[in-house]
Design a protein around this ligand. Sequence first.
Ligand code: PLP
Length: 445
Amino acid sequence: MTLTRPMPASEAGPRSQTLFERALQALPGGVSSPVRAFRAVGGTPLVIARGEGSEVVDVDGRRYLDFVMSWGPLILGHAHREVIEAVREAAGRGTSFGAPSEAEIELAETVLALVPGVEQVRFVSSGTEAVMSAIRLARGATGRDLIVKFAGCYHGHADAVLVAAGSGLATFGRPSSAGVPPASAGQTIVLPLADAQRVEDLFAREGSRIAAIVIEPLPANHGLLVQTPEFLSTLRRVTHAHGALLVFDEVISGFRVAPGGAAQRYGITPDLACFGKIIGGGMPVGAFAGPREIMRHLAPEGAVYQAGTLSGNPIAMSAGLATLRVLQRENAWQRLEQLGARLEERLREVFREASAEGEVVRFASLFWLSLQPGAAPVAAEGIEPRAADRYRFLFRQLLGRGIQLAPSAYEVGFLALTHDEAQIDRFASALSGALVAERADGVRS
Ligand SMILES: *Cc1c(COP(=O)(O)O)cnc(C)c1O
């Protein structure tokens, strides 16, 4: 006989509430990373007790079908047996040596085998560190200072990339966070996505001073803003022509949209690639990688300094290695594409049947709900602020129906290998119910 489980509700349960009260005292905003605080959707965050496959269970014993998947790393689902086993084994041999270990060499070789154009890898402990270090390497290798990034792309929280576009034609950036010196932000130029002409014009003016373009080749941190192959080719061409480097931030797309990430999907090889999330299989790992010709500028071989006490940590390396091995063995990318196609089709149907405004954007196992009329936007500037209000309502409706999406309108959803057709259908019917509730709410107000 099974015990009756507490049903999910749109409000956190009593134990989550109590624990989060304590969290608010001990942690700024109650969290270790801001978006977890539910500020964009309202309510109290669920305090999670454990994850199992496609589901998380909160401290009140409520079970949710999870499409956050730790924000991307858990492509195999929660607590995958082989990953947990690899972590247990590695931990039994010691947590850290501060010296080379076999797992780190094997993971590096696996990355080289999977990612086109990569000859060497440097491991770090987060995506932020990977991009921050790749930028330093690009500057050191080119002897130039300026960096180009695109509005809507997130590259972690280093000074050089916490930058918003300047006003008008002044493309030189201004800090997008307090505490970032304007002098530092001023070394970064921010352009809109999907506008090749702006890139051409900038390089015609400043090309000889630009060290690198940094971009998420599949922008997935401000909605899912899929770019055309032509736009990415333009970046490849102008950087080549002006002696600048092209840096692909594949922290989300790497090992997810193809074995070789978005670079492989688009057939465009960047000069440097940054990884995170999946590469650690749920443990803190980042990496940046490229041809030997560029990587040789890193210390101890070259003059660009970069280091880390826990870099290449043997437990984390083992988790990453186990994850990549399962992905390869199961040819996971094909199965994830199938699941993605199913999800796209079912959710589209739901919007159509509800006559609700919205578009399902999907690329491989990533998806995003564009909650505005017309075609989905391809640049950050195209996202209507009103969409966030709709998301807030739908998010809470879905949570009450046992479906966990990210607590922000701008975050994408992640499919894992453990998701199945029945779970996707469950999501679709929950969304259908949420859209009905939205309509009723609209009629009331
Ligand atoms: C998550 C993310 C980062 C930052 O990685 P952290 O491990 O959170 O520091 C950088 N770039 C992209 C594209 C990301 O999605």
